[in-house]
Design a protein around this ligand. Structure first.
Ligand code: 3PY
Length: 246
């Protein structure tokens, strides 16, 4: 039985003062019996999260990582640095990185590989655009995206977390129905089963406008093992009610 994992993706939001308030409320309201909780914050705040969350049972991590190990790569943040700040997770291949920064499947796969090598768990995002879905290409696209990572990480495949985030449901307020999401999660589970005998360990999260109102139904689906939460993770009440719904 996989324990549900609820991950907040703060995106480019936060300030030391606002974070302190949010972290205090999350620590006070978090019930570890319900789910595992993690926060993926902008890199400058990771030390603040480490100081506030150490020993709380809430994990933290980053939203991106360099594909390089270290050295002359101005502006980049390495997997080892994220680990050094106590991170457990790092998101790779979020659609906003694929769309605005031109990240390819191969680059995302390299980032996942770097993360694992440094002892981080990559949260690998996959998802189709609206034109992909309308053209019946959803399965093809998500399998292609996951396949690049599976090939790159080899026998470590059971250690990744996958997040299915339909691009048309990100930042739009639209969410996939529970049936639509479960259908894609089942495809991803089958792909993981074909790659590793331990695919029952892989958690596959749903992301894309998951909120307090739709979380319970999504999280009831057999292959939905948690959520990657955008806007609703910036308010303690809504984030905690998603965690309680699991
Ligand atoms: C969203 O819910 O909008 C996300 O992009 C989560 O990663």
């Amino acid at each position: 039985m996989r324990k549900k994992l609820i991950v907040g993706n703060w995106k480019m939001n936060g300030s030391q003062a606002a974070n302190a308030e949010l972290l205090a409320a999350l620590k006070a309201g978090f019930n570890p019996a319900q789910s595992e909780l993690a926060l993926c914050a902008p890199a400058p705040y990771l030390l603040q999260l480490q100081a506030a969350l150490q020993g709380s049972g809430i994990d933290w991590g980053a939203q991106d990582v360099s594909a390089h190990e270290g050295g002359a790569y101005t502006g980049e943040v390495s997997a080892a640095m994220l680990r050094d700040c106590g991170s457990r997770y790092v998101i790779v291949g979020h659609s906003e990185r694929r769309q605005y920064h031109g990240e390819s499947d191969d680059l995302v796969a390299l980032k996942a590989q770097r993360a694992l090598a440094a002892g981080l768990t990559p949260i690998v995002c996959v998802g189709e655009t609206l034109p992909d879905r309308e053209a019946g290409r959803t399965e093809f696209v998500v399998k292609r995206q996951l396949s690049a990572v599976i090939h790159a990480v080899g026998h470590c495949c059971s250690e990744i977390v996958v997040a299915y985030e339909p691009v048309w449901a990100i930042g739009t307020g639209l969410s996939a129905s529970a049936e639509q999401a479960q259908a894609v999660h089942a495809v991803l589970r089958a792909q993981l089963r074909a790659a590793t005998a331990q695919a029952e360990r892989n958690r596959i999260l749903y992301g894309g406008s998951m909120n307090a109102a739709n979380a319970a139904e999504l999280l009831r689906q057999p292959d939905i093992d948690g959520g990657l939460i955008g806007g609703a993770s910036l308010k303690a009440a809504s984030f905690l009610s998603i965690a309680a719904a699991s």
